[in-house]
Design a protein around this ligand. Structure first.
Ligand code: GTP
Ligand code: MG
Length: 336
């Protein structure tokens, strides 16, 4: 019989390279997890608890992928007469065997009663190994959910995955680990609470705390943006000029310095907002045409903002007013 601890605990399991660590990283907002293209990247079971004020709300356990699901299943079926939990029996039998290290690691939390989140890449066809993995998980009797994570855009296999998952899992959900929004994450947590009645109060509380935290992040972000705008509007640059220095050269230098300083204000605000959303590593791959790759002073940015060239210059002139720039400087050497 499973031993459900008061803290809801979910082991994220599945075939190598299906996105298990990505799912854990998304749910825990922890970008320290190792996520690579290399199958077998995760080699040990690791705890990534979700904490608020040092209190653990939910435990997510990242695990290595199944290594020999067929052999593991055969062993479990041969030893199914034992009264022991099948995962526990397997762990006891193979704990010291380096060949089965990954399967032992992923079965340890199941032997301890963890809920199962089985991650599959729904954009590929189902194979025999998948059937064995699902059967192993069904045999444990632990509460279990299948999470279909379609890594590529192909949805032609989705229906088959859904039908087969429904045979072995209490719940099935589609969840894209790389693109899931806050609402989708909350919907997933909501459905996890249905996996085990004892965990329901703790899961409900966790969802409530996440929702409050999200609202606070939105107001913190608004504060950062308004602070940044106020600072930008009040910003001034000064330069000392040598006697006889050409005035237009000096004005160009002032404008260039002003633009650089405003850009760094903007970058500082971006970085604070990323901190609010816990994106410590930030190397987004932007779509080819994304305006986010442009800075505030690029022609594309102001076109996107709906400004004509003349309006942009007016706006820039107002911004530049603090720097002591006059409209005629900005209009100088430009033809309309
Ligand atoms: N496009 C896309 N790629 C994904 C998604 N989820 C995972 N990947 C990619 O798939 C690869 C494997 O992801 P991981 O999260 O490391 O997978 P894993 O199941 O933990 O892998 P192992 O630890 O090796 O078993 C990485 O290159 C991820 O970037 C997804 O939702 N969309
Ligand atoms: Mg992994």
């Amino acid at each position: 019989m499973m031993n459900a601890s008061e803290i809801p605990t979910f082991a994220v399991v599945g075939h190598p390279n299906e996105g298990k660590s990505s799912v854990v990283a998304t749910l825990t907002e922890d970008d320290s997890l190792r996520i690579t293209d290399f199958p077998g990247e995760t080699t040990v079971c690791s705890d990534y608890s979700v904490r608020v004020d040092d209190e653990i709300l939910i435990r997510f356990l990242d695990t290595p992928g199944f290594q020999y699901p067929q052999k593991t299943l055969e062993w479990m079926q041969q030893h199914s007469a034992q009264k022991q939990h099948p995962a526990h029996a397997f762990v006891e039998a193979f704990r010291e065997d380096p060949e089965h290290h990954h399967d032992v690691e992923l079965l340890i939390p199941l032997a301890a009663g963890a809920g199962i989140i089985y991650v599959v890449d729904g954009s590929r066809p189902m194979r025999k190994n998948d059937v064995c993995e699902m059967e192993i998980l069904r045999m444990t009797g632990n509460p279990r959910m299948a999470l279909i994570n379609p890594k590529e855009g192909d949805d032609s296999f989705l229906q088959t995955w859904k039908e087969n998952c429904a045979k072995s899992f209490n719940l099935t959900r589609i969840f894209n680990a790389h693109q899931a929004s806050f609402v989708e994450r909350m919907a997933l947590l909501e459905s996890l609470k249905r996996m085990h009645q004892d965990w329901e109060p703790a899961m409900l509380r966790a969802v409530g705390i996440f929702e409050c935290d999200w609202k606070k992040r939105i107001s913190d972000t608004a504060q950062i943006i308004s602070d940044c705008l106020i600072e930008a509007l009040e910003f001034q640059v000064e330069m000392f000029t040598a006697k006889g220095e050409n005035e237009s050269v000096l004005r160009s230098k002032l404008i260039a310095q002003y633009q650089l300083d405003i850009q760094s204000l903007e970058k500082r605000a971006h970085s604070s907002i990323r901190g609010v959303y816990r994106h410590r590593k930030f190397r987004p791959t932007l779509p080819e045409q994304s305006i986010l790759a442009e800075d505030l002073w690029s022609e594309r940015s102001w076109k996107m903002l709906g400004l004509s060239r003349r309006q942009f210059l007016m706006a820039a002139a107002v911004l530049g007013g603090g720097a002591g720039l006059k409209l005629d400087i900005l209009f100088a050497n430009l033809s309309f």
